[in-house]
Design a protein around this ligand. Structure first.
Ligand SMILES: [Zn+2]
Length: 122
């Protein structure tokens, strides 16, 4: 199933559709300039449908040595949020990006399952 963003009001619905990805997960970029790049999710923006991945989608920022926080003058690189539709979860078992499904355990908890190899991901 593909999730498409049709309306900003549907962002929450989109997020639910993609909520298979969580903070701390290892993901791979599956489209765009950073294709194939991998990193860990360290920030999430549910309303925008975007995530920040460590080491991925770096942008250059020009900084000045002003303000209370002592920043160095020059150019620093930092991660910019990337659209959730451009990333996919990486399965730890088969080491490829994958779509996931859920399996309900006996105690009612949900476990993510890799659609490629069928292994549980938790
Ligand atoms: Zn797998």
């Amino acid at each position: 199933m593909e999730c498409k963003r049709a309306d900003p009001l549907l962002a929450t619905a989109l997020w639910r559709c993609n909520v298979r990805i969580r903070k701390g997960d290892t993901v791979e970029v599956i489209s765009g300039d950073d294709l194939g790049a991998r990193g860990t999710i360290h920030r999430m923006f549910p309303r925008e449908g975007r995530v920040v991945i460590s080491g991925v989608n770096l942008i250059k920022r020009h900084t000045r040595p002003t303000g209370q926080v002592k920043t160095k003058a020059g150019i620093i690189e930092r991660e910019a949020p990337i659209d959730l539709s451009k990333v996919a979860l990486v399965c730890s078992s088969c080491d490829r990006w994958t779509r996931v499904s859920y399996e309900i355990m006996d105690d009612g908890s949900k476990v993510r399952v890799c659609k490629r190899c069928g292994e549980r991901m938790e």
